[in-house]
Design a protein around this ligand. Structure first.
Ligand SMILES: C[S@@+](CC[C@H](N)C(=O)[O-])C[C@H]1O[C@@H](n2cnc3c(N)ncnc32)[C@H](O)[C@@H]1O
Length: 213
C-alpha cells in the first residue's frame, strides 16, 4: 500500500537529518496570537514549534502526520521545548480528526502531493477551516501528467513526484473545493525529479466567510 511505503520511508527519514521540504509556507502564514493552526504533514515538528510559540497560550497548534517515526520525533521536539499549546496527531490527511469550522490557518510543506486522494484532502482543509480561515501550502506539481505506470508506485510516490498533479489540476481542485482569493505567493522554475519534471510553489486561499462547511 502507498501509505505503508510513506510510513516506512518517513519513519526511516525521521532518524536522519534529511530535509525534503519544498517550500516555506510558514513564512507566509502570518499566524496571529490566539489563532488555531494546523500543519499538515508536520514531519519532525519544527513548524509546529514555531507556530505554537507565535500564537501563544491563547492559541493552539495541531501537527498531523501519517508516519510513526515523524510523530515520535515531533512529539519529543515539543516536549524538549516545553510546548503546552500543541498536539501531534497521527492521521491520514484524507480524514483529519478535527472539528468542522475550528481552524484559523492551515499550513503544509511538500506533503499533499503524497496523498492518493487530493480532493479528499482539500475537502478536509475546507471543512476544518473557520469561515474566512486561510491556507498557505507549499507543494510540488508536475509540468506534465505523470505516466500511469508510476502513479501507484509506492517508491515513486514516497519520492514526492509520482503523486504530483499538474499545475492546472492543482489549481482547479482548489477552485472546485470552494476556496476563494487563491493566489500563488512563490513559484520555482521546473526541475527534474525522479523520472518527472516538477516545480514547487506556495499557494494561499481562503474559505468564504459565509460558508459553514
Ligand atoms: C516531505 S515531508 C515534509 C515534512 C515537513 N512538512 C517539512 O517541511 O519538513 C512529508 C511529510 O508528510 C507526511 N505524509 C505523507 N503523506 C501523508 C498522508 N497521506 N497523510 C499524512 N501525512 C502524510 C510524511 O510522513 C512526512 O512527514
Amino acid at each position: 500500500m502507498i501509505t505503508d511505503a510513506i510510513n516506512k520511508r518517513y519513519s526511516s527519514l525521521s532518524e536522519t537529518t534529511c530535509c525534503l521540504s519544498c517550500g516555506g509556507a510558514i513564512n507566509y502564514a502570518n499566524p496571529l496570537v490566539g489563532e488555531v493552526c494546523v500543519d499538515l504533514g508536520s514531519g519532525r515538528g519544527n513548524d509546529v514549534v514555531r507556530l505554537a510559540e507565535t500564537v501563544g497560550n491563547n492559541g493552539y497548534v495541531y501537527g498531523i502526520d501519517i508516519s510513526e517515526g515523524m510523530i515520535a520525533k515531533a512529539q519529543s521536539l515539543i516536549e524538549k521545548f516545553d510546548i503546552t499549546n500543541a498536539k501531534i496527531i497521527q492521521s491520514n490527511l484524507e480524514n483529519i480528526p478535527l472539528q468542522d469550522n475550528s481552524v484559523d490557518v492551515v499550513i503544509s510543506n511538500c506533503t499533499i502531493n503524497h496523498a492518493s486522494n487530493k480532493k479528499a484532502v482539500w475537502s478536509e482543509i475546507f471543512r476544518i477551516l473557520k469561515p474566512a480561515g486561510r491556507f498557505v501550502v507549499s507543494d510540488i506539481y508536475a509540468t506534465h501528467e505523470i505516466a500511469a505506470e508510476y502513479k501507484n508506485d509506492p517508491q515513486a510516490v514516497a519520492e514526492c513526484w509520482a503523486g504530483a498533479s499538474t499545475r492546472a489540476t492543482y489549481l482547479y481542485t482548489l477552485e472546485e473545493t470552494g476556496f476563494e482569493s487563491i493566489n500563488i505567493l512563490e513559484e520555482s522554475l521546473p526541475y527534474a525529479k525522479g523520472k518527472a519534471e516538477v516545480a514547487s510553489f506556495t499557494v494561499t486561499g481562503k474559505k468564504p466567510i459565509d460558508k459553514i462547511r
